[in-house]
Design a protein around this ligand. Structure first.
Ligand SMILES: [Zn+2]
Length: 108
């Protein structure tokens, strides 16, 4: 009785929501195995639970939209800024402060 030869690799998949532009990553374990007909298949596991391949059925963790794309392998390594959380822009701050309401001189 043979031990099934299953190759296993960890894969971190970056996602981007096309609705709210949220970017996040999820860790998967991908098992390379063969079905009973001998075809190579990939089995995707997350936290030990079999899940559909991320490109097929991803939903945004933030807004729940199904319009989600995945990046090519290594995208975030080449574009780390895409994974940065948005920082408040100083321009927004400026807009909050101006225009300054002008005080009427006769009102004290
Ligand atoms: Zn979203």
């Amino acid at each position: 009785m043979g031990v099934r030869n299953v190759e296993q690799e960890r894969r971190t998949v970056p996602f981007e929501c096309q609705r709210c532009w949220h970017v996040w990553q999820e860790d998967y374990v991908v098992q390379h195995t063969a079905d009973r007909h001998g075809n190579d298949i990939e089995v995707w596991l997350r936290d030990g639970v079999r899940v559909p391949p991320p490109s097929a059925e991803a939903t945004c963790v933030k807004c729940g939209s199904a319009k989600v794309t995945t990046f090519p392998d290594g995208y975030l390594t080449r574009h780390p800024e895409a994974a940065m959380p948005g920082e408040p822009s100083p321009l927004d701050d400026e807009r909050l402060r101006s225009p300054v309401p002008r005080r009427m001189p006769w009102i004290t």
